[in-house]
Design a protein around this ligand. Structure first.
Ligand code: 5GP
Length: 243
């Protein structure tokens, strides 16, 4: 993704941002091809993390952002791999310092996306996927940052409940809470550009992959590459005229 026009890519600034993250996004309109910023949201238990992990394995120049969280690591989770696990004090300090592009309290724990880390990837022309909840997605959009939002839907409420019970990560109370939140979150699908049903993992990965490829093929994204090709035609024409 190094061939696009910088002025049309993700991440341009907007002064309208939350007070607590006001300095979080370093926009100096740096010239150079920028990457695209994808957001994937879904109710808990929909399988979005697995989907996106598979997606980034299969597509070059696409990176899944690693969030910071004050939640303790679950069994099998690794610091610096699944999340950057930090204390609540450190999380609050990062909020105060404006280090987050967005952050949210989800099920009583805080989660946030580093502005600097996201910007560094976009600035080198590679694409980023944020796997964040609907509140975080709203914050990014409200800052006027150009994003491509993909909402992953479970096939039905009953299947989501089955999946939440099947993964046996949560207590009965947590399952009820996740279902309540899912019931509210699902209405946010209208705020996203794309909706993908996660009925079967590989099919859903292909659907999201198709979205990424289509977004990369937009003329405004391809303008730089197209102009270079057009230039070869101009030069050929000039040679023909000259000879
Ligand atoms: P979990 O604790 O199950 O890993 O994640 C709980 C929820 O937090 C999920 O919906 C997940 O998408 C969301 N989440 C993870 N990282 C971030 C983040 O950086 N920002 C926001 N807003 N939500 C996040």
């Amino acid at each position: 993704m190094s061939s696009s026009d910088p002025s049309t890519r993700a991440g341009l600034p907007n002064a309208e941002s939350r007070g607590d993250t006001a300095q979080a996004w370093p926009f100096d309109a740096a010239q150079g091809a920028r990457g695209l910023l994808f957001i994937v949201s879904a109710p808990s238990g929909t399988g979005k993390t697995t989907l996106v992990e598979r997606l980034v394995q299969g597509l070059p120049n696409l990176h899944m952002s690693r969030s910071y969280t004050s939640r303790p690591a679950r069994a099998g989770e690794q610091d610096g791999v699944d999340y950057n696990f930090i204390s609540r004090e450190r999380f609050d300090a990062m909020v105060r310092d404006g280090a987050f592009l967005e952050w949210a309290d989800v099920f009583g724990n805080c989660y946030g996306t580093s502005a600097a880390e996201t910007e560094a990837v976009l600035a080198r022309g590679e694409d980023v996927v944020l796997v964040i909840d609907v509140q975080g997605a709203r914050q990014v959009r409200s800052r006027g940052i150009e994003t491509v939002g993909i909402f992953v839907l479970p096939p039905s409420a009953a299947i989501l409940e089955q999946r939440l019970r099947g993964r046996s990560k949560d207590s009965e109370e947590q399952i009820r809470q996740r279902l309540d939140v899912a019931c509210r979150e699902i209405n946010e699908v209208a705020q996203y550009e794309y909706a993908v049903v996660n009925d079967e993992l590989e099919t859903a990965v292909s659907r999201i992959g198709a979205i990424v490829l289509a977004e990369r093929a937009r003329v405004k994204v391809m303008r730089g590459a197209a102009e270079k090709i057009i230039e070869t035609f101009r030069r050929q024409e000039a040679r023909r005229q000259g000879g």
